[in-house]
Design a binder for this molecule. Sequence first.
Ligand SMILES: NC(=O)c1ccc[n+]([C@@H]2O[C@H](COP(=O)([O-])OP(=O)(O)OC[C@H]3O[C@@H](n4cnc5c(N)ncnc54)[C@H](OP(=O)(O)O)[C@@H]3O)[C@@H](O)[C@H]2O)c1
Length: 179
Amino acid sequence: MKKRNSVFIATSLDGYIADKNGGIDWLHRIPNPNNIDMGYGEFISQIDAIIMGRTTFETVCGFDIDWPYKKQVFVLSNKLNKVPEGFKGKAEIVKGTLTEILNKIYQKGFHRLYIDGGATIQSFLKEDLIDDMVITTIPILLGGGSPLFSELPEELDFACTKSKIYLNKVVQNHFVRMK
Ligand SMILES: NC(=O)c1ccc[n+]([C@@H]2O[C@H](COP(=O)([O-])OP(=O)(O)OC[C@H]3O[C@@H](n4cnc5c(N)ncnc54)[C@H](OP(=O)(O)O)[C@@H]3O)[C@@H](O)[C@H]2O)c1
């Protein structure tokens, strides 16, 4: 199966994925009375497994909800050696270079991967390992926080293949890496 590393994420207008306090409440500030998923269901149906950074994992663990993922979750962490009590069997800690981690995940039969977490996406982009990105922009200027993007060793070209406005306020752009 063709390997693919994909991003599906929401950012503020000024490019942050969490506010200055690490909060993400602003993601839900635009009223969404019918709870439309803005393409998430379709996206996740085409994914085999999720790779997320430790910070994102801990944020999700802190939500007062049932475990939200039906796909295998791999957590990048140098600090954690095992998943916390209560999350055993839900996620697996992975370490090493991204190439080593990806090869290990491919050997387990997962090829279409959802890459999540700011620092994690940035480290994948630094090695030109992201194939496509769906970025939903929430029209708010946070003025600081956790950025989606950071410096890169070289420029990377993407094509915008689709653009859609949701809830009359939120724009979602689909980007594909041009090599
Ligand atoms: N807006 C959205 O849609 C959205 C989506 C996802 C997350 N978020 C939010 O964004 C914030 C998390 O983003 P983040 O940028 O702080 O970090 P992140 O990517 O979730 O986690 C970064 C951590 O992952 C570990 N790591 C291990 N190997 C790594 C590698 N090769 N590259 C990068 N990280 C590696 C490190 O933890 P160790 O110290 O354990 O090594 C690092 O500190 C949270 O507040 C989360 O809630 C928002």
